[in-house]
Design a protein around this ligand. Structure first.
Ligand code: GDP
Ligand code: MN
Length: 383
């Protein structure tokens, strides 16, 4: 679960991290009042679930109220798109205003869950900011953080030396320890500060923060989860979420309905292997029922870029006849405008297949997954 910069910064404040004291603008009429609480110049930053805003004009230093108005008018109510968002356009509903910092150095710092070592890793770079993507691996310093010992002072001293001066460690220790504690407290997957800045008067600030928390921990992160901005998701994703479906829209054209995240990924890999592009990730889960399947199928059908639908169900907990019932009910309400390839194996697969047969729907049935995927890609190529 991804959070806005201002939300992440508010969270980090609780751990005594120095974040600039900003104000959130949601309507242009609020701008004049900002002058009373914060002298110019300001940095204005659109709040969207994506990074790389600086390069795309979403971050601006303004020296006058006229400049601020122009920026706010240009963004509020509009949508943001860049390389990171792909085809998605993220709605801009809020702009964070902060006093502009006079920067001497911008460094990069992130704590993340490292899958290779199944542990916490700290990664830093001396040149942070917008050029981070261009750095080579040698320009980063990283190390594991022992789960029992936590972050240790000597590690931060090493970072200070890497940043250019051991003397930085006095100021950096409480900052890094605060970020570390916040990471643990949030059940984070990623807590990135880029840039962490040193100002010309030798103060350190977390100028930009990205926070991603583990979806599996959302149940115990109520305070954060309540702040989640659903407007950043696509309507289809929001609908899927309320249904308890694990759905993510991708930019391909072969829609998939699968049970189990592992099987969903294997299916997507096979589609890619055979030259196709998946339109989505969809895990209908184990505890599904015909109503949920119907709703999920509607989501796939209503997506105009979908050219073929591939259903791949391995019936264990989930019953194949329920999947068939759900799909048939969905198609009865919305005509099936694209070819449908179905692979049903496991619990009640014979009943499911019979339901399809008797429904009069034109369905391509396959029992072998590889064959099913090949057929889906072929059908897509011929449409
Ligand atoms: P991102 O591009 O989405 O990661 O947005 P950031 O918040 O990181 O801002 C992009 C860049 O704007 C930073 O790398 C800084 O160079 C610059 N920037 C952000 N805040 C300030 C500020 O207060 N003062 C100055 N001088 N530059 C800033
Ligand atoms: Mn940044």
């Amino acid at each position: 679960m991804y959070f806005h910069e201002y939300q992440a910064k508010n969270f980090l404040k609780k751990f005594s991290c120095p974040v600039p004291s900003g104000h959130l603008l949601t309507h242009i009429d609020q701008l004049d009042a900002m002058l009373l609480v914060m002298p110019l110049p300001w940095v204005m930053k659109i709040q969207v679930h994506a990074g790389g805003r600086g390069m795309a004009g979403g971050v601006k230093i303004v020296h006058s109220i006229a400049e601020a108005k122009a920026f706010a008018e240009g963004w509020l109510g509009k949508a943001f798109q860049n390389q990171q968002t792909g085809e998605r356009a993220l709605p801009v509903k809020a702009i964070l205003l902060e006093p502009c910092l006079s920067i001497e150095q911008e460094v990069y710092c992130s704590f993340n869950m490292d899958r290779e070592t199944a542990g916490l890793r700290l990664l830093v770079a001396k040149q942070g900011g917008m050029a981070i993507e261009e750095l080579s691996p040698e320009q980063f310093l990283y190390f594991q953080i022992d789960a029992e010992l936590g972050l240790l002072p000597y590690q931060v001293r090493r970072i200070a030396v890497f940043f250019g001066d051991i003397a930085f460690s006095k100021a950096l220790w409480p900052i890094f320890y605060g970020i570390y504690q916040a990471f643990i407290a949030a059940d984070a997957m990623l807590l990135e500060v880029n840039p962490l800045v040193r100002t010309i008067d030798q103060q350190w600030y977390l100028a930009d923060v990205k926070l991603l928390i583990d979806d599996n921990a959302v149940f115990r992160q109520k305070e954060l989860a309540e702040q989640y901005d659903f407007q950043q998701d696509l309507p289809s994703e929001r609908e899927a979420q309320t249904l308890g479906l694990n759905y993510i829209r991708l930019d391909g054209d072969i829609a998939c309905m699968v049970n189990g995240a592992g099987l969903a990924m294997a299916t997507m890999d096979l589609i890619a292997l055979h030259g196709g592009k998946p339109a989505n990730f969809l895990d209908v889960g184990g505890g599904t029922n015909p109503e949920k399947v119907e709703a999920a199928f509607h989501i796939l059908l209503s997506d105009a870029s979908v050219k073929v639908i591939l259903v791949n169900i391995f019936g264990g907990i989930v019953r194949c006849d329920w999947i068939a019932q759900g799909i048939i009910a969905a198609v009865e309400k919305t005509a099936l405008r694209v070819p449908l390839v179905v692979r049903l194996v496991g619990t009640n697969s014979d009943i499911g297949q019979n339901l399809f047969k008797n429904s009069g729907l034109s369905i391509h049935s396959e029992s072998d997954l590889d064959q099913a995927v090949r057929l889906a890609v072929k059908l897509k190529n011929s449409c």
